[in-house]
Structures are given as C-alpha cells and as structure tokens.
Design a protein around this ligand. Structure first.
Ligand SMILES: *Cc1c(COP(=O)(O)O)cnc(C)c1O
Length: 368
C-alpha cells in the first residue's frame, strides 16, 4: 500500500540519532523545561529568523496562547478562515475570543483578502491567516491591512515550517506565529508539541508565563495561566529533525514536481504556487469533479488519500449554529467537495509518486 503520510518512515530514517538524543535527555535528569527545550527554542527561533520561541504542548494551544497574549478576551472577534483544521477555530474559543470565519482564495486556498474588509466590526482584534497545505497566505496584503486598523496578526504556521513568502519564513511576518509538531507535520515530533514565535519581547514574556501557571518566578503567578509545556524528550527529537527540515522539504517539493509534470493536461486542478513563494507541500492537494470515484479507484489500487478538510468549520455541528461568518463562503463550499490530498511525505520513494500519477492518468483515460 502507498500511504498518504508516514511518520514512522521518518523516525526510522533518523532512528540512531533520535535514540541517542532521547538517551541524553533521559540522562540529563530534568524532564520538564530543561536544556533540550531551551536549546530547541533557540535553534527554532534562529531557523525562522525571530528573536523568541516558546515551546508549548501542541499547535492548538500555541494558537490559543498567542491569542491570549494578544490581549484578546471575551467579546473580541478574530477573523480566520472556515477552510482550515478545526484546531485554528477551537484555539480562538479556548482563549475566549469569538471566531469570524471567512472565505479563501480559490487559487491559494488561503484567506481571501477581499473578504476581510467585510468581516470587520468594532470588536475585531486580530486576524489569523493559515498558511494552508504549506502555501503562504498573501502577507503583503494582510500585514498592511491589519496595521492600518490596529489589528494583531497571528500566523497559523502549523502546515508551513520552512515555507517562504518574498524570501521571508512563514512565522516571521506577523506579531506572533504558532507552529504544531504533530507527527505528520513538515517538522514532526514523535508525540505532541507546538511552539509560539515572535520578535516582540513583551508578547514572548506573556506566552512564557501563560504556558506555566502565569509564573513570573517559580510559584508566583503574576498573571493567570495554564500548563502547556513542550516535553523535554520531544524537544530532543525535534532538535535532531530540525537539521533535516530543509532537505526533507526539498524532497516534498521534488515529489510535487513529479505530480505536477505527470498530471498536467488532465481534468483536475493542480496546486497553485504564487511566484514569490516557496511552497513546502505539507499536502499536495488536487481538485477533481469526480473525487469520490477517483478516491475509490486509487484505494482499490492500494493508494491511500485523504481530504483536508471534508467539512468546513462553519458547517461542523459544533460551529454551524454559533460562529459568525463572512458574507459568502462559496469558494470554501465548492472546494470542500472536490479536494483530494495525494500521498506525500519526505521519505516517500519517487517511484511511488510516479505510480500514483500513472493510476490517476489511467482513471481519466478509462472513464472519461
Ligand atoms: C495541525 C494544525 C493545528 C493544530 O495542531 P495540533 O498540534 O494538532 O494541536 C492548527 N492549525 C492547523 C492549520 C493545523 O494543520
């Protein structure tokens, strides 16, 4: 079977180094917020090109802690997209904010700039662009739009480790950014993990306090907080994997190039790549009018696919009654019925990508 993603293959490709790193962390004897977390925070901040990084328990809480640090509370509105992981929206509510869900651009699948204006109210406090599938949102439009109106920008970079927008890393352009290290992400732990990054020392201090009971010093809670710490063992694993991130992103880009070449000319929409970006292909998402049929055909041929995401957040049972939305979510609605995520992960043999592409060509030649 050709898997859609395979975090175990990535573990196996770094097995010795990871096991050594875990052993060193265990021998270190400090299991919470020790040297591994501190060093990983420094290394990750350096990689993104920001001053501060604060390791937290997962990507959802990374977004939530950034929203809290941004001073967003009850009644405050945060604009984001409906076409995203539910986690983005759950995080806004965890922090006490009210999500406002707008449409995406039909080419990049990231926030539609024109929809932001219509979603503004007196209560709007922040915008969370999601760099979905590894393609950066249009930060050249989002940042000035937010600055002019005094809004915070929090990048949801959970799918875009290493992606570039006009030469800048995603996560380095907003007031803050949140990353997830869920095992299948471009930089994945072997368990849960997340991080908040920022250039702003005041915001960094707020996140650092809030991840640990609001402590300013040990046992003194100057503010209110929670427990959302990055695990020492996961940090040790992430330090190993960070060294390979650029190389592994290049492998994803290589697989994407094979797909793009072999799938051109078919009745499917291939991923768009804006001229000023480095897309890191967290997912390779095509659109097909005959998605269900194509998906079943691939499955019958031992090829696993996925749908990110089959139900937009504004239509999920938990949100359909409550979340405020933009005027129109027509792109979101249309694409959710057509998108299909093909197998892609850094350790995937390129021959497997060719086999997937051949099977898709076969599907279209036989049944059109
Ligand atoms: C994975 C993901 C998250 C949440 O990360 P977790 O570590 O699973 O909590 C948030 N936003 C997006 C866009 C994601 O893909």
């Amino acid at each position: 079977m050709i898997k859609q993603a395979d975090p175990k293959a990535n573990y196996l490709s770094h097995k010795n180094e990871i096991e050594q790193a875990i052993a060193i962390a265990l021998e270190g004897g400090c299991y919470i917020l020790g040297g591994e977390v501190r060093k990983f925070e420094e290394e990750f901040a350096g990689y993104i090109g920001v001053k501060y990084a604060i390791g937290v328990a997962n990507g959802t809480e990374a977004v939530a802690l950034a929203v809290m640090a941004g001073g967003i509370g009850p009644g405050d509105e945060v604009i984001t997209v409906s076409h995203t992981a539910v986690a983005t929206v759950a995080a806004i509510e965890l922090a006490g904010g009210a999500p406002v869900l707008v449409d995406v651009d039909p080419e990049t699948y990231t926030i539609d700039i024109r929809e932001m204006e219509g979603a503004l109210t007196q209560k709007t406090k922040a915008i969370i662009p999601v760099h979905l599938y590894g393609h950066p949102a249009d930060m050249d439009k989002i940042i000035p739009f937010a600055r002019e109106r005094g809004l915070k920008v929090i990048e949801d970079s959970a799918q875009s480790h290493g992606a570039l927008f006009s030469g800048k890393k995603t996560g380095s352009m907003g007031d803050m950014a949140a990353f997830s290290f869920y095992p299948t992400k471009n930089l994945g732990a072997l368990g849960d993990g997340g991080i908040v990054v920022t250039d702003n020392g005041v915001l960094a201090d707020k996140v650092r306090a809030a991840r640990e009971y609001g402590w300013k010093e040990r046992y003194v809670s100057a503010s209110k907080g929670m427990n959302s710490r990055l695990d020492e063992i996961q940090a040790a694993i992430l330090r190993v994997k960070l060294k390979y991130l650029d190389m592994e992103n290049s492998r994803r880009i290589g697989i994407a190039a094979i797909y793009k070449e072999m799938l051109s000319g078919l009745d499917i929409v291939l991923p768009y790549e804006a001229p000023n970006v480095r897309h890191v292909y967290h997912q390779f998402v095509i659109r097909s009018k005959r998605r269900e049929e194509l998906r079943a055909f691939l499955s019958d041929n031992g090829i696993q696919t996925a749908i990110h995401y089959p139900v937009p957040v504004h239509l999920q049972p938990a949100y359909s009654g409550s979340a405020r939305t933009g005027k129109s979510l027509k792109n979101t609605q249309k694409i959710s019925g057509e998108i299909l995520s093909l197998p892609i992960y850094p350790d995937m043999p390129e021959d497997n990508a060719r086999r997937v592409a051949e099977k898709i060509r076969e599907f279209y030649s036989r049944r059109s």
